[in-house]
Write a protein that binds this ligand. Structure first.
Ligand SMILES: Cc1cc2nc3c(=O)[nH]c(=O)nc-3n(C[C@H](O)[C@H](O)[C@H](O)COP(=O)(O)OP(=O)(O)OC[C@H]3O[C@@H](n4cnc5c(N)ncnc54)[C@H](O)[C@@H]3O)c2cc1C
Length: 366
C-alpha cells in the first residue's frame, strides 16, 4: 500500500511514521522548505507518549522532554487544588516542538519527505487517488492523508465550506528562553482575571517556556511584548506578576510567537473512500486544554492501525471516521466546560476532568 501524507507538522510526521511502521510506503509532502516547528514548548500527555512507545520512539521523545505537572495557581499564589483527581491526571511531558519534529522527521526517514512541495489538488478514482503537487508533479497512492493544519487545503476540497474560524478575542503569546538567559525557581501556571491565563515552565535543558493567553481580549495594540506584558498584569495579585514580566521583558520581540486562536468547525465527515483528515486539519481546537497535538497523535496511531494488514482502504477510513467524530464531539463538550467555567477553581476542576478522561480512555488504535 502507498500513502501520500500532506503536512510535516507534529501530527503529519507522526502519521507518516505510524503508516511506515504499518508497512505502508509513505511519501510526505511539506510546503515549507524545511521541517520546522514554531519554537515553543508543547505538553504531551500520557496517551500521546503511549503512541510514541508503540511506534518505538518513546524513549527518544522522553529524552527531549521534562516530566511536568499541570497544576493551576491563583494570582495570589494559592494552589487551585483538585482533590478528586489523582496525581497521574496532572502529569505530562514538556517537549521542545522543534526537537520533537526533528526526531519525528528522522524516524519517518528524510528520504521519504518531499520539502518545498505543496498539495494543490487531488482526483479520487475507484482504486487510487492522484495527488497534484505545486512542482507540477503528481503522486498516485492508495490513500491520501491531509494533515496540513487548521487552514487545510485538503479539507477545503474534501469538506468545502469549513474554513478555519477565529475564536473571537482569543489570543496566545509564548516563547522559549534558552538556558542561562534567565532561571525560574519553579514552574507555575496561573489563572488570573480578565480571562487571562499564563505562566512559565522549566524545560528539560534548563530553559524556560513562558505563555500568556486571553479569552475575550480587547483589540490588540502595541508590540507583541507590550501585549503580553499588559496581560501579565492580570496574573499577579499586586498588579503584576514579577517573574513572568521579567521573562517577557527578557525575550527579544521577534522571538515572541503570537497566535489569534483559530478553530475548525465540527465537520460532517472526515473521510471519503481514499482521503482522510487528521490533526488540526480535522479538529483545530482551542489550546486552553493544551491537547490538540496530543489528540492528533492518536489520530495518526489509529489510521496506522486501521490501514495495517488491509487492502480495503474505504472500510478502514470509514472505521476511522466512525470512531473519531463522536470522540471529538465529546472533546468539544469537555473543552467548552473548561472554557466557560465560572471561576478559576472550576476551570482547574474541569481541566483535570478533561485530562483524566483523555488519559484513561482505552488506547485509540486498531
Ligand atoms: C498557543 C498554543 C499552545 C498549544 N499547546 C499545546 C500543548 O501544550 N499540547 C498539545 O497537545 N497541543 C497544543 N497545542 C495544539 C497544537 O499546537 C496543534 O494541535 C498541533 O501543532 C497541530 O499539529 P498538525 O501537525 O495537525 O498541524 P500543523 O502543526 O499546523 O502542521 C501542518 C503542516 O502542514 C503544512 N502545510 C500546510 N498546507 C500545506 C500544503 N498545501 N501542502 C503541504 N504542506 C502544507 C504546514 O507548513 C505545516 O508544516 C497548542 C496550540 C496553540 C495555538
Amino acid at each position: 500500500m502507498r500513502a501520500v501524507v500532506i503536512g510535516g507538522g507534529i501530527v503529519g510526521l507522526t502519521s507518516g511514521l505510524a503508516l511506515h511502521r504499518a508497512g505502508v510506503e509513505v511519501v510526505l509532502c511539506e510546503r515549507a522548505p524545511q521541517i520546522r516547528a514554531a519554537g515553543a514548548g508543547l505538553g504531551l500527555w500520557a496517551n500521546a507518549l503511549a503512541v510514541f512507545d508503540e511506534l518505538g520512539i518513546g524513549e527518544q521523545v522522553r529524552a527531549v522532554g521534562k516530566p511536568s505537572e499541570m497544576y493551576f495557581h491563583d494570582p495570589a499564589g494559592r494552589l487551585l487544588d483538585t482533590p478528586e483527581f489523582g496525581a497521574e491526571d496532572h502529569r505530562y511531558l514538556l517537549v521542545h516542538r522543534a526537537k520533537l519534529t526533528d526526531l519525528l522527521a528522522d524516524s519517518v526517514g528524510r528520504e521519504n519527505i518531499r520539502l518545498a512541495t505543496a498539495f494543490e489538488a487531488y482526483d479520487e478514482h475507484a482504486d487510487h487517488v492522484t495527488v497534484r503537487l505545486s512542482d507540477g508533479s503528481g503522486e498516485d497512492a492508495d490513500v491520501l492523508v491531509g494533515v496540513d493544519g487548521a487552514y487545510s487545503s485538503v479539507r477545503a476540497r474534501l469538506v468545502p465550506g469549513t474554513a478555519a474560524q477565529e475564536h473571537p478575542g482569543h489570543h496566545a503569546w509564548r516563547a522559549v528562553l534558552p538556558a542561562n538567559d534567565i532561571t525560574v525557581p519553579e514552574s507555575r501556571v496561573i489563572l488570573g482575571t480578565h480571562g487571562c491565563r499564563g505562566g512559565y515552565l522549566r524545560t528539560h535543558d534548563g530553559g524556560v517556556y513562558w505563555l500568556v493567553n486571553q479569552f475575550n481580549s480587547p483589540k490588540l495594540t502595541g508590540t507583541r511584548k507590550q501585549q503580553a506584558l499588559e496581560r501579565a498584569v492580570h496574573l499577579g495579585e499586586d498588579g503584576q506578576h514579577a517573574v513572568l514580566a521579567e521573562l517577557i521583558a527578557a525575550t527579544p520581540e521577534e522571538q515572541i510567537l503570537h497566535n489569534q486562536i483559530m478553530l475548525v468547525p465540527p465537520l460532517p465527515h472526515w473521510v471519503s473512500a481514499r482521503v482522510a483528515l487528521a490533526g488540526d486539519a480535522a479538529h483545530a481546537m482551542s489550546p486552553h486544554i493544551t491537547a490538540g497535538a496530543t489528540l492528533g497523535i492518536e489520530d495518526a496511531a489509529l489510521l496506522g492501525g486501521l490501514l495495517a494488514d488491509t487492502a480495503d482502504v474505504p472500510a478502514a477510513l470509514a472505521a476511522y471516521e466512525a470512531i473519531q467524530i463522536p470522540r471529538y464531539a465529546h472533546v468539544a463538550r469537555l473543552s467548552a466546560a473548561v472554557e466557560h467555567a465560572p471561576t478559576p477553581r472550576e476551570f482547574a476542576r474541569h481541566y483535570a476532568a478533561f485530562s483524566h478522561w483523555m488519559i484513561s480512555q482505552e488506547p485509540v488504535r486498531a
